[in-house]
Design a protein around this ligand. Sequence first.
Ligand code: ADP
Ligand code: MG
Length: 705
Amino acid sequence: MSEVINVAEIFGRNVFNETVMKERLPKSVFRKLKKTIEDGTELDPSLAEVVAHAMKDWAIERGATHYTHWFQPLTGVTAEKHDSFISAPDAEGKVIMEFSGKELIKGEPDASSFPSGGLRATFEARGYTAWDCTSPSFLREDASGVTLCIPTAFCSYKGESLDQKTPLLRSMQAVDRQALRIIRLFGNTRARRVVPSVGPEQEYFLVDREKYLQRKDLIYAGRTLFGAMPPKGQELEDHYFGTIRERIGAYMKDLNVELWKLGVTAKTQHNEVAPAQHELAPIYDQVNLAVDHNQIVMETMKKVAGRHGMTCLLHEKPFAGVNGSGKHNNWSLISDDGVNLLSPGETPHENVQFLLVLGCILKAVDVHADLLRESAADVGNDHRLGANEAPPAIISVFLGEQLEDVIDQLCSTGEATHSKQGGTLKTGVATLPDLDKDATDRNRTSPFAFTNNKFEFRMVGSSDSIAPANVVLNTIVAEAFKEAADELEAAEDFDSAVHDLIKKLLRDHKRIVFNGNGYSEAWVEEAERRGLPHLRSMVEAIPALTTEKAVKLYEEFGVFTRAELESRAEVEYEAYSKVINIEARTMIDMAGKQIIPAVIRYTTQLATSLGAVKSACPEADTSVQTELLTESSALLSDMKVALAALTAVTEQCAAMASGKDQAHAYHDQVVPAMTALREPADRLEMIVDKELWPLPSYGDLIFEV
Ligand code: ADP
Ligand code: MG
């Protein structure tokens, strides 16, 4: 029997959370710090010394030897540099454990090797990390011991953001301010803050580590670059929500315990659609924590997999032909007096504040669809978006029957008089209870779907940070709120002004609403008719970052400067080129050193046995051997041609200056050359003796975990 897990006892055990702070900090310090954390007021630097001291004692009591400023540069993963707590030895050679307020507040990692898109020339390579007291410090336990991790923001010498956190915190301020104006208009004088809440659902794959290590593509690229489809894929739909196998169950149990200790509210777990694919969702939290926790979830998933002899793949498309992984970013706005601005109530047609908020969100998404799309762009996600399994690359909003009906009433007659109700679901079995139905059914094909009291942005890639998507959501909604508040605050007759504004918003931006099947070809055509942007790939999406519209938006709300936006675009182009270059070179390596030699061995064996059979028994039918030999030799020669072509274009592209043109060249030339090389190789995999094939197959990888 497995040991009993006392969740309540372990939850948050490794977090310097409010309970610990209350115990260990002087009352006045605790109160001031709490005020900063809860109200978003400025941090009083004199608190740092006291907090650092308490944090150090707490960490050392728990075995910590090091601390680190934990930050999120634009590499997509987190970064850290560890310092031990020891001081310089005294005359007797003794050391003491030290940690000052200065060390808590500010770090100075030598930051010149992080992507900055030209913001930080090497001669001014200083970067600073700054303590984010709104995200609690935590202890990480692993083979390197116990480390105190302090969440920080990362900026250049001139204060330009070089990370995911800084713009996120700025965007939270922006939407907070504007949302408060909106709720004040409706008479709410209690609330002091409105904070975006986010719950990200994280998908992932688990594969056996031994097999993983036999595949250079998984090691270098995180995805398979070759691989024929196994006889069975996901068509039986027997994996989704299927019984969780023992090995996976043991992993999930360990993962949950690790996450709970770190204060991450791991809540839901299940098998996903593709074989070997799973999902974990936490309970939603304020967005800054949700972003940090999602990074912790991804790190912990990988770490725990190693302990179970497995590797966790977070790539968006580890296997062609079965579903890839994404992240559903559930987003809402909740005020500190507990009101969810996205809650329609029982009768949305009467809920004027909700309708105004909804209208503003529709406007925000319509006006800035390109930015939202861009926020989900990463190299791996190019294999998902628009590829018939994930949401299409076109942004639209799903509202559901009830809300769409309210909008129709408002747009046609100017009045909304009723809300469709969900009613009761009758099961037809006497012993089963009748269930209250939601007024809205689900739609799984929409990239931006209203679900009960939140919007679910379904485009984000599984390996990507959720920060950029939330920066966009917070800022574009702040803008729409601001424009609405400017108008309504100046209105003489609020009731009629708000009524008119809601109608106008809904009417003007109705084109973004789409409740049908987002996977259909008909929708692509319809969306084009409606004038909605269709950005099919990452390189097509990146320019959205630097349009005049985007610069105006972000500068107005102090989220990004023009220079920061330009640097981010540059970082993304570079990232694109680098990833494709690695993938291409991995293919060249595998094709040249593993697959082609294996095929040559196979054809040689075949030719030898063909000769042997012919000489032993001249009248024997050797047509099968001859056919296989002809076919595999032809594919082998196709492979060699494709390999030479891929090698040539990859070299050409690698020689180009980095930036937009290079990224486009990789996209237009290298990616198709990779496909051309994969095609004969995958066909050969279906022919060549399995004993000779140098790589574990898709079947081995996803059905035999
Ligand atoms: P659904 O079944 O509609 O996908 P779930 O209840 O399973 O919704 O939640 C999915 C994710 O959304 C979870 O992380 C959950 O905590 C989060 N979530 C639920 N309500 C909200 C909300 N108001 N704001 C943000 N996230 C939320
Ligand atoms: Mg899901």
